[in-house]
Write a new protein. Structure first.
Length: 132
């Protein structure tokens, strides 16, 4: 019985670790190159890029950490899912370019994983499990 609970929870933890890594890394990367990221946002025609950058960094880093730790994971996964879909549409809409199309599809796959996390929660090895 115990093994039946531990193995799925360990798999969910591993999945959270892998899923969170892309957001934490992306947020920290933006933090280390704020000027370059603002310039990229401007090239996309984004409004108020010098404000948006800080919202994006906060969402990626804090949301990624929430997924990793399993803290308020359903909210974090929902917000990151919406963000990822928007990022796919805004940043990878040049579908005639194979690289952009593949990046768009990867973003959709990540959003799908986040929907799954939001629906199923964090598992037993998470802060959310301690709150229930």
């Amino acid at each position: 019985m115990c093994g039946a609970l531990i193995m799925p929870s360990m798999a969910m933890l591993l999945g959270r670790m892998l899923l969170s890594a892309i957001f934490i890394q992306a947020g920290l990367s933006k933090l280390l190159n704020v000027g370059g990221t603002i310039a990229y946002f401007e090239s996309l025609g984004m409004l108020l890029p010098s404000v948006v950058i800080w919202l994006v960094i906060a969402l990626e880093v804090l949301g990624g950490l929430a997924i990793l730790l399993g803290y308020r994971i359903r909210i974090a996964a929902g917000l990151l899912c919406l963000f990822t879909i928007l990022a796919a549409i805004i940043g990878h809409s040049a579908w005639n370019d194979l690289i952009h199309f593949q990046a768009f599809m990867k973003d959709l796959a990540i959003a799908g994983g986040l929907i799954y996390v939001a629906a199923n929660g964090a598992g037993l090895l998470a802060f959310d499990a301690r709150r229930d």
